[in-house]
Design a binder for this molecule. Sequence first.
Ligand code: ADP
Length: 241
Amino acid sequence: MVNDVILSLDDVSFGYGDEPVVEEITFSVERGTFLGLVGPNGSGKSTVLKLALGLLTPEDGEISLFGEHPSSDDVRSRVGYVPQRGSEIDRRMPITVEEVVTLGRVPTAGLRPLRRNDRERVNQALRRVGIESLNDRRMGSLSGGQRQRALVARALAADAELLVLDEPTVGIDANARSSLYDLLDSLHHDGMTIVLIDHDLGTLVEHVDMIAQLNRHLEFFGPRDAFLEELSVVGQLAGGW
Ligand code: ADP
């Protein structure tokens, strides 16, 4: 499919109070893209994700997710969101891994009892992210990397078409980070659309194919290679060229 746009922001501005936090942001994400959102602390990255997911409402501009309003019920189940650690999911600790992943089936199953097919989708998702042996463990007892995998599995169980991750590698060690990126690469390879924030620019640019660089405004949007070229030109200038 050509130009199958999953997410688009058109001239979007937002502030929590009087001060604008993001201004005049325009970009779109096509199906199958792995997009990295980069920028300094406080540059508006998380805010842009929350706007894109309909968790915040823009003051100006238009946002479309799967061609619809981002807070519409129809699009919710098509997006898997892995929020920063310390968010509400972590506070609901008594819940087990299998229960969290099973929640991914709720939009499909509704109030009917789960069927064998639902259970099979949950098991497949657990296997896909490599945590099938942790299914009885409580979410609160997991390491950071395992917790992120469980949330990715929940998205897979929901048949999500877009995966959105906000700083998934914060507080996890180098091995867990690299295996989380291996998982994301493999999902991307299978056609998943991914939008990711990671403050570790060096690692992020090795995996994504598109970059959106924010600093209140959108400073760059385009292919990863063009971003690296621009960085190296800036680096040369800074180095006295
Ligand atoms: P980033 O993800 O790039 O670090 P954020 O989008 O989290 O940036 O934050 C952008 C700006 O908005 C920061 O100055 C931050 O302090 C402010 N901010 C973020 N969340 C809130 C909030 N809930 N209420 C008020 N200000 C906020």
